[in-house]
Design a binder for this molecule. Sequence first.
Ligand SMILES: [Zn+2]
Length: 480
Amino acid sequence: MPDFLDNPIEGFLGIITIATYVLAVSVISFLLLYLFSLNKYIAAIFVPLYYMFGAAVSYYRVKFRVTITPLILDCVVNTNIEEVAGVVTFPFILWILLNIGIGMCLVLWRWKIESLQRVWLHVFCVVILFVGYYYSNNRLRQSINQRYPMHVVESISQYIWLRNQRNNPHILPEYEVNEFVDSLDIIVVIGESVRADHLSINGYNRPTTPLLEQRSNVVSFPYVYTEQTHTLASVPVLLTRADTLHPQHQYSETSFAAILQNEDFYTAWISNQDLGNTFAAFPSECDTMIWVNAGKSVFVFSGWYDEELLSDMDEQLSIGYPKNLLILHTIGSHWYYNNHVPETQHYFSPITTNRVVTNNSIEQIVNSYDNTVRYTDFVLDSMIQRLENRRAVMIYISDHGESLGEHGNWLHATGATETKNPACVVWYSNSFAERYPDKVYCLKLNSKQRYRTDFLFHSVLSLAGLSTVGEDQIVIDVFR
Ligand SMILES: [Zn+2]
């Protein structure tokens, strides 16, 4: 039940939908308990254990609004025992003991049954139920896999996969140093599902970027094109030398983070997102990795906000290195939109009330979506505030766009036109403009050009005074 705690429910249909999911998840729980109880000795060990783990997971779900994810497992593996012990409180222990007690009652009940008649019939029932789960509706199975107990199994297998990807060797592309850079902060903000035509700074007719519009030194690139229309496909291409003609570089080469780190930049990856297996290797190239909301998943329908990146950004910048590269991976405009905007910042209304996209009106969806864009404007402005008095450049680029009902399309990953034009905004400080007037001049001159997202890799390198070498180069640099 706690796994469904924050699900938005609207009307009778909403209640029926949630009830169906709760029932489906309960069937899996029942299946496991049924399986354990086929033998009374196995039941005596595994039933209390099952209740104990369930109690721990539900406690964290209710108390901290988090769930089991591969990133949570990563944090647990890399956290020392003292930190883990710090969260073990009296109510937590009481809740665990209570649940073990319930498990023990079931065990006692099972032990009263001397021996099972017709065991084959019971095994047959288990197999039928399991086959039913395996072949159930894709969306239903995905939902079951994100809830106790299946999310434990799912997260462990994904975590093992991520670790393997992380350890996959990537080679540093050959590069040369063109100019000496003594002090500079390069901030790359990877956005999520933000389409360029919903930014008022690009002419959209609703005030979605009022703060960026008020600022000087902001240059928007409204004509960026990406072929990759979902996060897993897009992020590796953004970070590496991979381009349309050389997609293979994303599998074999390091990101720009490893190159800059090699040139004495302090590098940090601060993420408010899931870690996809396609880009799992790149954060580990940085000196520091921070997972701001490791326990959040898109199945936890509670607040998951990008402003939580800010304090870690402050901390990283205050370490005091002269050259810094921070990569901030945001949750931005990911569905369910309302969960990624604090309630006080819901500007447009009415907003969506149903987690199934098509059960909302287009007006509600666009309002909720525009609220996320307006909130991103607030987050970017807050980041700029932290950089104003430094020599700094911030490049914000969304991983792809989003469909909002055009031709019956919703969300992304469909390859629809509106998912291929991500928002991109660059800001630079006065100190940067004084030191690099030519780069600022070119940046402004280039802003109305059409670019593929391939420009990011070469432009970041160019800021650091570097460029890759090789005959198969298509160097696109917005600062040149
Ligand atoms: Zn994405």
